[in-house]
Design a protein around this ligand. Structure first.
Ligand code: DGP
Length: 122
């Protein structure tokens, strides 16, 4: 599978400073900001700064430095948001069946209320 990155996606625009965001954390290779349409009291998106479409693209092509920075950024967001005690969920949607709306890798950090089961039973 080859990945084609569209640099006009909304998160690319956020990274270029063309669209505002509410930043929670910025690192050398990652940015974390609040979701515009929060689905839980804590709903933070964590994105790499590099042009990766989705998690599998990132896992296959990012450098070790980018991957370490990104995973540590998720951990730091958890600390900042204080989610560990009551529990939280990490979601990465990829592609059509997962209804990925923005084609720049992002994980959702969700917390602050009971989140229910991971998937509705089919
Ligand atoms: P997904 O379905 O996994 O691609 O989630 C995309 C998320 O991005 C969705 O929860 C809403 C959020 N979102 C869309 N546009 C914007 C925006 O302009 N700013 C911010 N902060 N979030 C956005």
């Amino acid at each position: 599978m080859s990945y084609t990155y569209d640099d006009q996606n909304i998160f690319a625009k956020i990274l270029r400073g063309e669209i505002p965001n509410t930043t929670v954390l910025e690192t050398e290779h990652a940015l974390a900001f609040r979701d515009l349409y929060p689905q839980a009291p804590t709903h933070v998106l964590v994105i790499p700064k590099g042009p990766y479409v989705c998690f599998d693209h990132f896992a296959q092509e990012a450098t070790d430095v980018e991957i370490i920075d990104y995973v540590r950024a998720v951990g730091e967001v958890c600390k900042i948001e204080g989610v560990a005690e009551d529990g939280w969920r990490l979601i990465a949607n990829a592609g059509e069946h997962a209804v990925q709306e923005v084609p720049h890798l992002h994980v959702h950090v969700l917390a602050g209320r009971p989140l229910g089961r991971m998937l509705a039973k089919a």
